[in-house]
Design a protein around this ligand. Structure first.
Ligand code: ZN
Length: 102
C-alpha cells in the first residue's frame, strides 16, 4: 500500500512533503515512469504509481499517449533535472507546464 501515500492530495510525489505545485506529463506510460525515476523514485514504485494513478491494476499501464498532472515540489523538480519546467500552483484553469514525449 506504499503507493497510496504518493497519490494523496497535497504531497509531492517524490519527497512526500506538502506542496501545491504540479507538472504535467504527456506521453506513453514509459515516459511517465521515466519522469518519476528522474525524481529518484525507484523503478518499481514509479511503475506502481503510474498503474495506480491511471486506475490500472499493479503492473498494468495504459497503452498509447496520455496526459497526467503530478504533484511535485519545486525543490524536487529542480534537483531532478535542469530540463524540467518549474512546477506551478495547481489552480483550476491554469495550464501546468507539461513535458511532452518527443
Ligand atoms: Zn518534493
Amino acid at each position: 500500500m506504499s503507493t497510496d501515500n504518493r497519490l494523496q492530495n497535497g504531497s509531492c510525489v517524490a519527497c512526500l512533503n506538502p506542496t501545491d505545485t504540479v507538472l504535467g506529463i504527456e506521453g506513453e506510460a514509459e515516459w511517465h515512469i521515466a519522469f518519476l525515476t528522474n525524481l529518484n523514485i525507484p523503478g518499481n514504485e514509479a511503475g506502481a504509481t503510474v498503474s495506480a494513478g491511471t486506475g490500472n491494476p499493479p503492473g498494468m499501464v495504459p497503452n498509447g499517449r496520455y496526459a497526467s498532472l503530478y504533484r511535485v515540489c519545486t525543490n524536487c523538480a529542480e534537483s531532478a533535472s535542469p530540463n524540467f519546467p518549474k512546477p506551478v500552483l495547481s489552480l483550476l484553469g491554469v495550464d501546468a507546464p507539461t513535458l511532452h514525449q518527443p
